[in-house]
Design a protein around this ligand. Structure first.
Ligand SMILES: [Zn+2]
Ligand SMILES: [Zn+2]
Length: 276
């Protein structure tokens, strides 16, 4: 079955370009059977890309309004993408699902975003980690695994986000056993949380060629250990709702998967990947 759903969706409530209604209408016109919204939850470590605390209720109402509008036509789910370090608990049933994502790494009290720019990543390595890039790699992956195990989210977001601005191995060698061992150990740990890993096309949609999260060696490890995956676009605008989904399906097959996950009224269910 071709993937006609996406659970990693942003809107103008956070850093998206289109409203909840525009995203829902576009998904319906694409023939989606399900759409999940995952606005960036408020976090005190950053204010520019996430919702304000008081906006979260308005966001929920907005999504629930679309859920009502599309009743019987397309399932709409209310989710949230929360920062890894965030400890806030949410009332049961307030959200249908949670994506736990690490965007920031802390060093000496400063939170450095991994997805802002190559300059920011460079500054983080130099100022935060004294130029020792593998100390950053270590901290990023170790905390990612730790937060996943503490939070036990439904979805573990873009697991190797720190590779975003590492084009051509500019800062560290992604093919090296040093790098891969750190990442593999973390993914084994994170798998214990029971969370679903996403394969995410967000960076390609935003112009970073060839960068799918997570890398093939990590996808293969998830597959080998019986982990589950969900196909995500991390859409910030209507045009990206199903961005590169055939490629993501192909990569999952190559990694050994035969199914991906889909949220339904009865919870997360496996769906067979489309056969070429
Ligand atoms: Zn994210
Ligand atoms: Zn996102």
């Amino acid at each position: 079955m071709q993937t006609r759903w996406n659970f990693h969706t942003h809107s103008t409530w956070c850093d998206g370009k289109n409203s909840v209604e525009e995203m829902a209408d576009a998904a319906y016109n694409l023939g989606f059977t399900a759409l999940g919204f995952s606005g960036h939850a408020y976090t005190p470590i950053a204010t520019d890309y996430c919702m304000k605390l008081e906006e979260e209720e308005l966001y929920r109402q907005d999504v629930l309004c679309q859920k009502e509008k599309y009743k019987g036509l397309m399932q709409i789910f209310l989710g949230l993408e929360i920062e890894g370090i965030e400890k806030r608990c949410f009332p049961e049933k307030q959200y249908d699902y949670i994506i736990n994502s690490v965007h920031y790494v802390e060093a000496h009290g400063i939170y450095y975003p991994m997805d802002e720019s190559a300059e920011t990543l460079k500054r983080c390595i130099e100022e935060g980690f004294g130029g020792e890039v593998y100390k950053l790699v270590d901290k990023f992956f170790q905390t990612s695994a730790q937060y996943a195990c503490e939070r036990k989210p439904d979805i573990i977001g873009h697991f190797d986000l720190l590779t975003r601005y590492n084009e051509c191995g500019r800062f560290f060698d992604e093919q090296s056993s040093k790098y891969q061992n750190i990442a593999i150990e973390a993914i084994r740990e994170a798998l214990k949380s029971g969370g679903i890993f996403e394969i995410n096309s967000g960076a390609i949609a935003r112009g970073i060629k060839g960068r799918v999260y997570p890398a093939m060696f990590l996808l293969k490890e998830i597959s080998r250990l019986g982990g589950r995956v969900v196909i995500s676009s991390d859409a910030h605008c209507t045009q990206h709702l199903n961005f590169a989904f055939p490629l993501l399906e192909e990569l999952l097959r190559e990694a050994g998967f035969r199914t991906s996950m889909c949220l339904t009224d009865k919870g997360w269910e496996e769906r067979a990947l489309a056969i070429k």
